[in-house]
Design a protein around this ligand. Structure first.
Ligand code: PLP
Length: 405
């Protein structure tokens, strides 16, 4: 399959009009649209094999269990994990990070220990660690960034002490598009025997990950940001870490035996999958990853980068535009402001022209405070976007600029 206009046929949602104009969907960092292979797989599941997994002795339950476990293996292959039991299905990135932060706080953190995060983190990779620190008495330390949005690696190295217990850093910034040097980040932490959690919410689609090559200890992502349904996500954890951490939630599949005196817990991955899982979501995720593989993930990444290059080139011509985030390595995310106009005004005006972008702080308030701006307008691309759409978008921005001026 080639990355071209044919791709759009897989996404019927894109052929509609909004406000009487053809929809141009540039809010892919918030969530991607779903190909029909994914929506078909989800409805097929409900129409043919819907059943609860693992526990049933009957035919449908066996099929549903097989499908669910097949999805786990697809994820394992996609991120090149060593074992399928290192793949924990979650609701999304946020739940994965909360799982690690809460269980790490319970077992590994004590008063005055230190947790390193960066200034460009999404709230989902700040607040769980703040809660973990509150519970344990540990302290949060923050790696700085420069004005372009690049992480200050020297600053990062300086932050390590004997008390550093974990690093939690984003693979790719959802506000700036910065792609962080994750291999270096992991290597530096490992020199200090400190594990690293990578927030892969954006990185999974825009970069891809080989967890064994990068050697990260945890990697979290959400299905919905890589063409899969909402409500399904993945926490990858190295076996020895997942073995050491206590269960996060109790009930359902996560037990081996329960008595009022003592409960013993199930093996990985089930120890961390309490309650009825999102089987349809896992199957949807499997089909989304298959879609990515069939198109070619590297081709998709290259195509998105070409869209980014083209869009930046066009947008630089717009008078008074301020591009926010010009890191050396960037994913297909452009944050910007039109002069001093409020981002929400720009977003609302171009919405009426059929263009969907995100405005605001993008759940990175500490970053916005550091940049001293209320927020940005953010356009983010996916495989189904086209240069023609970018042309319309740039024209719309010029009109919005005129109206606002
Ligand atoms: N981390 C980053 C970098 C994100 O971009 C997002 C969502 O935008 C999240 C975490 C949270 O993802 P979710 O809401 O799917 O759990």
């Amino acid at each position: 399959m080639n990355v071209d206009e044919k791709i759009r046929q897989f996404f019927p949602i894109l052929s509609q009009q909004v406000h009487g104009k053809p929809l141009i969907y540039l809010d892919n960092a918030a969530t991607t649209q779903k190909p029909i292979t994914v929506t078909d797989a989800v409805s097929d599941y409900y129409e043919t094999i819907n059943s609860n997994v693992h526990r049933g002795a009957h035919y449908l339950s066996t099929l549903a269990t097989e499908a669910y476990e097949k999805a786990r293996i697809q994820v394992q292959k996609f991120i090149n994990a060593k074992y399928s039991h290192e793949i924990i299905f979650t609701r999304g990135t946020t739940e994965g990070i909360n799982l690690v932060a809460a269980t790490f706080a319970q077992k590994m953190l004590k008063a005055d220990d230190e947790v390193i995060v960066s200034r460009m983190e999404h709230h989902s990779n700040i607040v769980p660690w703040q809660l973990a620190c509150e519970k344990s008495g540990a302290v949060l330390k923050v790696v700085g960034i420069d004005q372009n949005g690049d992480l200050l690696l020297d600053d990062y190295q300086q932050l390590f002490t004997k008390k550093t217990k974990i690093v939690a850093i984003t693979h790719t910034s959802n506000s700036l598009g910065t792609i962080n040097p994750i291999k270096q980040i992991v290597d530096i932490a490992h020199q200090h025997q400190v594990p690293v959690l990578l927030d892969g919410a954006q990185g999974i689609k825009s970069c891809g990950i080989d967890v064994q090559a990068v050697d990260c200890d945890f990697y979290c992502f959400s299905g919905h940001k890589i063409y899969a349904p909402m409500g399904i996500g993945v926490l990858y954890g190295k076996e020895h870490w997942l073995e050491q951490l206590p269960p996060y939630q109790g009930g359902g599949e996560m037990i081996k035996h329960v008595s009022f005196e003592k409960t013993t817990f199930n093996d990985l991955p089930f120890k961390f999958e309490a309650g009825t899982p999102n089987v349809a979501g896992a199957i949807g995720l499997q089909h989304a990853l298959q879609f990515v593989e069939e198109v070619g993930h590297q081709q998709m990444i290259d195509y998105e980068k070409e869209l980014l290059r083209y869009a930046v080139e066009q947008m630089k011509e717009i008078e008074n535009i301020r591009l926010i985030g010009t890191a050396k390595e960037k994913s297909a995310i452009i944050s910007f402001l039109l002069g001093n106009h409020h981002p929400a005004d720009t977003g609302t005006l171009i919405d009426f022209m059929g263009i969907a972008v995100r405005t605001g702080h993008h759940c990175t308030q500490p970053l916005m405070d550091y940049l001293n701006i209320p927020g940005t307008v953010r356009a983010s691309f996916a495989v189904y976007n086209t240069k023609k759409e970018i042309d319309v978008f740039v024209k719309a921005l010029c009109s919005a600029q005129n109206m606002l001026d």
